[in-house]
Write a protein that binds this ligand. Structure first.
Ligand code: C5P
Length: 404
């Protein structure tokens, strides 16, 4: 398992580092912690020592005897460095070559991927000096996890709050996943990716609707993975409970299949890759009742009419676009997926069992236009998203080579 070195600097959010360390340990990572002197005023080293099950480092001149040059051995040990929370001060010090304690010395001495999870008062967050420091550090490959908006310790409701701990841990895990992909940073760079995700909702009257149990997890994971691999991503999403992926070019929320069609159709022309992951309702009620339908004697019959098949329509007008469809089936998965691949004029289809629709994991089979296929056993949807995009990038490269 990977080794993660956590740096804790002295913002009030330092107490949240305990949660991050605990989550990482539960996932099986090895964790060591370095704190600044200021951070120890906010949370006790003993807490982080107990959670990380390792000694916590604060002082360069610790009285405990050691035979190693500790700031170098810690950096060698780490696969990744995460500073959470990262204060205005620590960003400023690193950007300006200051290494005056254990944490800043280790960060300055390491070549390992280093993430700063920012947290500070909004006035400091908006200070142009911080922005300049961040831009400078980004040029040297440092990565930043932006702060969220919320109630700050200083009582302002504004940007500056440490990103949700789970989201920080997710971001670190995603980094491990995509950095294993060769040339990951430019795998999809310059590509415009359009993803549809989630379920649609077809209204019957002001209080009732029909929908399905798609969670949107696969589509959101694909959108996020495409961003991580360098693409410009537009996500068109039906209703979901999920948080918007970070750094999208555009995020469009819709309810009905008709609205989804309008948005996809508008975006499609300027798209290189369209991944149709949404579970679009095939039917909608023939009429919408402006008033709530009253209970009456006997049965209620609602007539349904066909919705447009968005992916089929895009298959008809496609030019250069690479089209990826999904087939969630309860039976004869591969046969049904192949029929859709042909009928909808797709470049690729991802076949999977409809029973995995709202779970965090899935097993899939990717079938290409030439009808060769590749199976992927049970994995998280996040991991599968990278696998799918690797195949897509490969196909596009091969297509380009053959066209030359
Ligand atoms: O034909 P079926 O609905 O099973 O095909 C599934 C694929 O078609 C998925 O990629 C889904 O997003 C897409 N689809 C669509 N519009 C519909 C129905 C399905 O784009 N109305």
């Amino acid at each position: 398992m990977k080794n993660i070195l956590i740096g804790v600097s002295g913002g009030i959010a330092a107490y949240k580092s305990a949660n991050i360390i605990s989550m990482l340990k539960k996932k099986g990572y090895n964790v060591k912690v370095i704190m600044t002197k200021n951070a120890t005023n906010i949370i006790s080293p003993l807490t982080l020592e107990t959670l990380s099950r390792n000694r916590v480092y604060v002082d360069m001149w610790d009285e405990k005897p050691h035979y190693e040059v500790e700031h170098i051995s810690l950096s060698d040990w780490a696969d990744l460095v995460l500073i959470a929370p990262a204060t205005y001060n620590i960003v400023g010090k690193i950007a300006n070559g200051i290494a005056d304690d254990m944490l800043t010395t280790v960060i300055s001495a390491t070549e390992k991927p280093t993430f700063f999870a920012l947290a500070m008062n909004v006035k400091m967050y908006e200070n142009p000096i911080l922005k300049e420091n961040i831009e400078k550090l980004k040029k040297y490959g440092y990565k930043f996890i932006e702060a969220d908006e919320g109630l700050l310790a200083c009582n302002y409701v504004a940007k500056g709050r440490l990103k949700d701990e789970k989201e920080i841990v997710d971001e670190i895990e995603r980094f491990f996943l995509y950095s294993e992909i060769e040339n990951y940073s430019n795998l999809l760079s310059g590509k415009k990716v359009l993803v549809s995700s989630g379920r649609t909702r077809e209204d019957i009257d002001p209080v009732r609707y029909v929908t399905n149990n798609s969670s949107g997890k696969m589509g959101y994971s694909l959108a996020q993975a495409a961003v991580d691999l360098g693409a410009d991503v537009t996500l068109v999403s039906g209703p979901t409970e999920l948080k918007e992926p970070s750094s999208l070019k555009k995020f469009i929320r819709v309810n009905s299949a008709e609205q989804m069609y309008q948005e996809i159709n508008r975006e499609f022309k300027d798209t290189d890759i369209f991944i149709s992951c949404a579970a679009v309702a095939d039917y909608k009620p023939k009429e919408y009742h402006n008033e709530k339908i009253k209970k009456a004697e006997g049965n209620l019959i609602i007539e349904f009419v066909r919705n447009k098949d968005i992916l089929f329509e895009m298959g008809q007008i496609k030019e250069k676009q690479f089209l990826v469809g999904f087939a969630a089936e309860t039976n004869d998965i591969k046969e049904n997926a192949l029929k859709k691949l042909r009928k909808k004029n797709l470049d690729m289809i991802v076949a999977n069992s409809a029973f995995n629709m709202s779970s965090n994991e899935n097993a899939i089979e990717i079938i290409k236009k030439d009808e060769t296929s590749q199976e992927f056993s049970q994995k998280s949807k996040q991991e599968l998203a990278y696998e799918i995009l690797k195949v897509v990038a490969n196909e596009i490269n091969n297509k380009n080579k053959n066209n030359k």
